[in-house]
Ligand binder design. Sequence first.
Ligand code: 5GP
Length: 363
Amino acid sequence: VDFLQSLPKAELHAHLNGCIPLQTLTDLTEHLTLPADTTDEIAATVARLKSGLTLNDVSEFFPLFSAIYAITSTPSALGRVTRDVLDSFLKAESNPPPGFAYTPAPECSYLELRTTPRATAQMSRYTYLTTVLDEIEKFSADQAALIVSIDRRMSDADARECVDLAIALRAAGRRVVGLDLCGDPGKGDIATFEKHFKRGKDAGLGLTLHIAEVCGNTTAESLALLDWRPDRLGHATFLSDEHKALFFADLLQPGSVPSPATESNSRRNGAYKPCIEICLSSNLLSRTVQSLESHHIQYYLANDHPISICTDDTLPFRTTLLAEYAQLLAKPPLGLGLGREQVKRIAAMGMEARFVQGRVEVK
Ligand code: 5GP
């Protein structure tokens, strides 16, 4: 634990509403007046989260959020939740579990928190984002920043509004550093969003895209998303080795002939190596990956490709960044059995992939 705590670590893939500490959620359900028609669903969801969520597959995961959203629909609840999430990552635990022989330390040195701006009866998307930013900016710029998520179910107009806000807030000096494409991977048409992500990228925002997350995501969709040249990829579980080789190979190798999809990149000097945001517990618990042995992290480790270890959603997956790193060190089958030097290098790769200084140029 001391070794893992001592490593400078970046959490680059954490969804705000998926990382609410259970105690915060419980407090809010006890003290808020919730819309009457959603109370049963919320109570059932909170009970499921409390008892340790069991998912039969990933399709059971996304409906959880509609209940959580009813709890975080006012500026005051959203502010409280954001504060507690930031504290859970960036401040040392104030009440460590008794009997643990370690000194509490922050989970990470740097957090890029992501969230989907929601307009509710009590707040506009602008209020949503400024409420979250007000809390984030209580930490220094080398500790915390915001990624604005675009949900795949959004309409063209909604996505436009979210990206416009992200660009305008960044231009106004607020700490927005990137855009994310998230949401139920079975929903939506990604072609709707391309122009908006391009505008964001041109305005200096980093791009991270959930990609090939479930086996139903088509090859055509993954190729199209890779063609946006994202700086980082979320999950990338079902990218075939063939596609990885095509997109991550050195494009200017002598004799290599770029396919039409990679043509624009062939002008680029060198290889395209977007950092892969790896969420071990999330993948195992939502059953998109069957075991650590068959996890796609193995491919990236074997090919020395940049990765970053992340939690995704600490609430449903009942994990912490430290626990995710512990899985790297633990011996199989509980972990990957990596050595300390390799774990140190992985933590450094996460720090290198931050959007903190604006868009990370793809070299
Ligand atoms: P929020 O953006 O509201 O702060 O966080 C919750 C939202 O993040 C969910 O509604 C969902 O759209 C997205 N999300 C959380 N976890 C995942 C995940 O593992 N995959 C994808 N694609 N989206 C996720």
